[in-house]
Design a protein around this ligand. Structure first.
Ligand code: NI
Length: 172
């Protein structure tokens, strides 16, 4: 078990467009396990590789762990949203933007095509929390945070708040 450090906004590595994964080896499996360990340690339901400073298009999720009973691990590698339907307002938080939540607009239903940890193609048709979490995590792969959907004024306030937050905690 290896819990990695989750980068906190503002951090340059949260803003990079992550690279596609082409090698499916033991190193990748270790990374994926570390991502799950890190996500669970922080009580998250999703984590994208750039959040631990890894420049790769990998997402791990366990939306079911939200209720504290079950567990349903999902790994999305090089994921692409191929279909979006409807619209929903979701109240979101992010491990990289701690102690903050805000409403953002998301598609209600989505279809995602990706590869799993073995490199095999997978397709998910998702709605509800799963669809929202997938959209949030996929954004991370393109350097987008949920707070980017807020007004300029709110984002400017958050920038000030988190610069202070990180300075107080000696975070990079
Ligand atoms: Ni996030």
């Amino acid at each position: 078990m290896a819990v990695r450090e989750v980068l906190v906004f503002p951090h340059n590595k949260l803003r990079t467009k992550a690279k596609e994964v082409s090698v499916f080896d033991d190193e990748l499996k270790t990374l994926i396990q570390d991502m799950f360990d890190t996500m669970y340690a922080d009580d998250g339901i999703g984590l994208a590789a750039p959040q631990i400073g890894v420049d790769k298009r990998i997402v791990v999720m366990d939306v079911a762990s939200n209720d504290g009973k079950s567990s349903e691990q999902i790994v999305l590698i090089n994921p692409v949203i191929t279909k979006k339907e409807g619209e929903v307002i979701s109240n979101e938080g992010c491990l990289s933007v701690p102690e903050y939540r805000a409403d953002v607009n998301r598609a209600e239903k989505i279809t995602i095509e990706a590869l799993n940890a073995e490199g095999a193609p997978v397709v998910y048709e998702a709605d509800g929390l799963l669809a929202i979490c997938m959209q949030h995590e996929l954004d991370h792969l393109d350097g987008v945070l949920f707070i980017d959907y807020l007004s300029r004024l709110k984002r400017d306030r958050l920038l000030t708040k988190y610069k202070k937050y990180k300075k107080e905690r000696n975070l990079e």
